[in-house]
Ligand binder design. Structure first.
Ligand code: UFG
Length: 336
């Protein structure tokens, strides 16, 4: 049955892929985004884009009043670990403030299901094992802390007002829509895979490797790179898990790859050389973040479709190669 969803941050990287997945399943989607980080052209023509800011309570109430909504999916956030170490109070004020404004408006307008795009960064500097939902919460950065504050607000929204929510803590979103309808375009780009691809394509002189003295086999950080289409599927399945309860799921492939392994994967997929420069550590980076996602698998049937790093990189490569200027050169409405 077709449902109607509000997606904040639907013009951003993960949000836009979730919008596509919702539309592909026949649902109606309204995107609420201030376009400060997202792209107008990332919103498919079949979705309605409302340009607005979560910092503005009046605008938030206006959009929620346009219900009924079968659910709200919240992606809009500032989300850079390194930046948050330089601007901690901006992160600690803006992300929770915007999240709580949205949650309050959802309660007021009788929304029953809420999905938070949270982060594995709530776990901080973890040990060597894949992280389960029981792992100790100890954010290693103000960014991780700011998302955890929204998770806590949702816990009380459930307790006090029966707003059921899913907090999805995921790791490194990567890849691009297999049909080429959306991809990763941050400005400035700080994420590893697109930067390595740009270095391979000669669009930047080299890739800097941040830290080679971590307690990992090759000394570089290990991350769980998960394809955005798998993330999108998980968000939609999580909506269906909220019958009378709230859930928290870790989301990943269960397989970590080091920075060096990512660089080698890009070389294989693109068939090009990648100039590398070794640098010191970047503040706030945990050595290893890998998810144990058994809980979401057993409760919703979710499985990652992209289990090999090369397959993830291949979709990222295709989009990046086809869009040297990201969304800027694209017409505004992309057909879904
Ligand atoms: N890295 C480099 N060189 C670069 C860029 C990144 O060596 O030029 C390294 C980083 O130090 C890190 C790894 O590549 O070890 C991945 O870095 P990203 O910036 O791509 O991603 P992060 O792991 O910092 O952050 C991502 C998301 C966050 C999320 C976090 C959870 O961007 O939103 O994963 O782990 F919170």
């Amino acid at each position: 049955m077709s449902k109607r969803y509000l997606v904040t941050g639907g013009a951003g990287f993960v949000g836009s892929h979730v919008v596509l997945a919702l539309l592909d399943r026949g649902h109606e989607v309204v995107v609420f985004d201030n376009l400060s980080l997202g792209h107008r052209a990332a919103v498919p023509a079949a979705a309605l884009l409302i340009e607005g800011d979560l910092a503005d309570a009046k605008q938030v109430h206006q959009v929620l009043a346009q219900g009924p909504w079968d659910g709200v999916l919240h992606f809009a956030a500032i989300s850079l670990v390194g930046e948050s170490m330089k601007q901690p109070f901006r992160y600690l004020a803006d992300n929770p403030g915007n999240g709580i404004r949205l949650i309050e408006a959802c309660i007021q307008h009788r929304v029953k299901r809420f999905v938070l795009s949270s982060t594995a960064a709530v776990f901080g500097n973890a040990g060597g094992e894949p992280l389960t939902e029981q792992a100790v919460i100890d954010p290693g950065s103000p960014y991780g802390e700011s998302k955890h504050m929204i998770e806590r607000a949702l816990r009380w929204a459930d307790e006090c007002f029966d707003l059921r929510s899913a907090c999805l803590r995921y790791f490194n979103a990567a890849g691009a829509d297999a049909k080429g309808r959306a991809g990763e375009d941050h400005s400035p780009e700080t994420h590893l895979i697109p930067l390595v691809i740009d270095a391979a394509l000669g669009r930047r002189p080299e890739i800097a490797v941040f830290g080679t003295d971590y307690p990992t086999p090759d000394g570089t950080c290990i991350r769980d790179y998960i394809h955005v289409a798998d993330l999108a599927d998980a968000h939609i399945r999580a909506l269906g898990a909220l019958d009378g309860r709230s859930v928290t799921y870790n989301l990943g492939t269960g397989r970590g790859n080091s920075v060096m392994e990512v660089i080698r994967s890009v070389k294989r997929v693109g068939g090009r050389k990648v100039p590398v420069r070794l640098e010191g550590r970047r503040a706030g980076d945990p050595a290893m973040l890998v998810a144990a996602s058994g809980l979401i698998q057993s409760e919703t049937g979710w499985r990652p479709h992209y289990t090999a790093l090369d397959d993830i990189v291949r979709t990222a490569w295709a989009w990046r190669e086809a869009h040297p200027h990201g969304y800027n050169a694209l017409p505004v409405a992309v057909a879904a």
